[in-house]
Design a protein around this ligand. Structure first.
Ligand SMILES: [Zn+2]
Length: 387
């Protein structure tokens, strides 16, 4: 799986920096005639530029793609044609995407007259916490929506299966952890649902007992204890030089280090981690301990679990082959799938062997008495947009 991740990294990097610069000659040797579209992508409330969004036009022959920059701006060069569908997506395109019609005019740059608002197409829910409010960023800052659910809803997969994403704030863990919740979450992630958890919510992943040594088993939790162990040993502190090691996150932030404030003590410090299962995105340079991790490698093998999420059949997520062994996950209209399969694509996201959801875990809070740093806010935006 490590090789897969390395592959994914190279693939995503090559998409970032070399997309659609491959050639300007079509298969038949005739020079390709292209034009350029420029524009800006923002959140629905117009307040937040959407960074690192994938912008593409897909023809039967070729995918023309680029990413938005740190200000949400893009410049996409594609084959000429009127009424073409210009797609904008983040993540796999199954939770956030917009499609507009554009005319690509030969040898001309056409600026879009309106900003593109990135639409939410997945169903989100959150579990309120004591110290955290991820919903502040999701709803207030970005302008998306999520339903508040409670401990009763998570006792059974039926209570959460309509959602594509669950946000679990720190402090939501307290009294109600049990094997029913473990089973619900296990089926949720295996069925393609994504989870975000912060700090003490680690209990939902590997279970309780976070004050004891890592050799002591954790109670409950649906992820094997061997994949990650944290202890509540974090001190009130600032990590001034946290290392951003994920290339995607570096692109999103526009830098590779940042300051993270831990305003409350006894946070979940990660002691050990299985790097084949988890991808570490941010570390503390003093001991290299992970501060932000994610995985899409979880699956419980239960083929009888119900389908999860909004289950929109009008669009299909596929792994599109870019050539040279690289690939990219896009979500396209259902009626475009046949063309993609014909040039060697496959159904489902790339580099996701079980088509499971993501699990993101942050050791740091998402609400610092209502005030988090801009950098932390941007990290949480990235996480939300790429679940
Ligand atoms: Zn394709």
């Amino acid at each position: 799986m490590r090789k897969l991740f390395a592959f994914a990294l190279i693939a995503s990097l090559s998409v970032l920096f070399f997309s659609c610069k491959k050639n300007n000659i079509e298969d038949n040797g005739v020079p390709e005639i292209t034009g350029t579209i420029t524009g800006k992508v923002v959140s629905p409330n117009n307040r937040t530029p959407i960074r690192y969004a994938l912008v593409f036009i897909s023809t039967a022959k070729k995918l023309y793609s680029t990413h938005t920059d740190i200000n949400g701006n893009f410049s996409l060069t594609a084959a000429v044609g009127t009424g073409q569908e210009l797609h904008v997506q983040t993540g796999n395109g199954d939770k956030f995407r917009s499609i507009i019609q554009v005319d690509v005019i030969a040898n001309q740059t056409t600026p879009l007259s309106d900003m593109i608002r990135l639409n939410q197409v997945g169903n989100f829910a959150y579990l309120a916490g004591s110290f955290d409010k991820i919903e502040n960023i999701l709803i207030d800052s970005l302008g998306y929506n999520a339903q508040s659910i409670n401990s009763t809803n998570i006792q059974n997969i039926a209570g959460i299966s309509n959602f594509d994403v669950l946000f679990i704030n720190c402090g939501a863990y307290n009294t109600y952890e049990n094997s029913n919740i473990d089973s619900a979450f296990s089926n949720f992630v295996s069925g393609g649902g994504s989870l975000y958890l912060s700090d003490y919510s680690m209990d939902f992943l590997t279970g309780q007992n976070a004050l004891t040594a890592c050799q002591v088993p954790r109670y409950y939790g649906f992820i094997a204890d061997s994949t990650v162990c944290s202890r509540r040993t974090g001190a009130v502190s600032v990590v001034p030089n946290a290392q951003v090691i994920s290339p995607e996150l570096q692109y999103y932030l526009g830098k590779d280090s940042m300051s993270i404030s831990y305003n409350l003590g006894s946070w979940e410090r990660i002691q050990s981690i299985d790097n084949n299962f988890w991808q570490t995105m941010v570390t503390d340079p003093t001991d290299n301990s992970p501060l932000l991790i994610r995985t899409n490698q979880y699956n419980n093998g239960n083929n009888n679990a119900p389908l999860v999420g909004s289950r929109d059949t009008s669009h299909v997520t596929i792994c599109h082959q870019l050539g040279n062994g690289t690939s990219i996950t896009i979500t396209v209209n259902a009626n475009a799938v046949a063309d993609h399969l014909a040039h060697g694509d496959s159904i489902g996201a790339c580099n996701n062997p079980y088509q499971s959801g993501w699990i993101y875990f942050t050791t740091f809070h998402n609400e610092h008495n209502g005030q988090i740093s801009e950098d932390v806010k941007h990290i949480l935006e990235f996480m939300i947009l790429n679940l």
